[in-house]
Design a binder for this molecule. Sequence first.
Ligand SMILES: [Zn+2]
Length: 341
Amino acid sequence: MSIPFPFSAIVGQHDMKLAIQIVAVDSTVNGILALGDRGTGKSTAVRALADLLPPIKVVKNCPYGCDPKSQGVLCEHCDSLKSGSTASQTQTKPVPVVDLPLGASEDRVIGALDLEKALSLGVKAFSPGLLAKANRGFLYIDEVNLLEDHLVDLLIDVAASGENVVEREGLSVRHPARFVLVGSGNPEEGELRPQLLDRFGLCVEVKTPQELEERILVIKRRDAFEKNPELFQKEWLPANEALRDKILKARKRLDKVIISDDFLRLCSKLCIALGTDGLRAELTLMRATRAYAALEGDKAVEAKHLRVIAPMALCHRLRRDPLDDTGSSARVARALEELAI
Ligand SMILES: [Zn+2]
């Protein structure tokens, strides 16, 4: 396996890096949409984070990487083990990061009948797809705005239920498929449907750095990495380990972070002022600010956390206002100001 670029060595990209850390602390924040230029290292950041996280424990030989401690849905393989004595056998594997290429067929995404086994052995076996591979990890879709509608619908369903159900070709399979969806795209190349936008917890803009010194630093680090990846990785190891430690501590702290009713009132006022549909926006605000406070080592969620998180949790949920052509981040900033948050 090739060495990924160290997360800590990524220059700038503050929002993208923060969003990734937040979903690493609390995966129920439900994914990230990264909008912006090509070649700004969006996939680099996702891959780098997975490398940073500790390996996960899985049931030995389970094709879906089921969690041995799971109380929820298990695959057939693990269900059959539960009553047996081998249920406690576990192994570890790295957090999966699975690419979903634009041209992928539905079979490849959800899994299909294993034709080889069907033809040679005459048995109906299931060949797991990308959703199975991504279970408990990240599913990365570059150019998500160009993804075919039927795949988008499918992903929305699976992301909501955490389960992939396949009923076709005489197969009846259901397996856990919980993953953090990370999509990237350029809005100028195709619009994203509101249903899909709403499914992403956070949305960040990723731009080519405009500052001279930052650009120079990006190039220098990239060059050093490509010349000698092993050495570069070694140099950044302490910084990466410190960050891993920060994420793990935040995960432990998460349940203890206090969220007052006053704070929730603030979130609701903000959402009402911006006219977001439904309650998903508030739920995301609550979860993402809590994860952020946990990362910062704060005991309670406060307005200062909301000011940082609100733009990334709300910008992509605003309806277009024909009488107001202000950009969505400016509208969120204005609402924060008017409510004195
Ligand atoms: Zn399993």
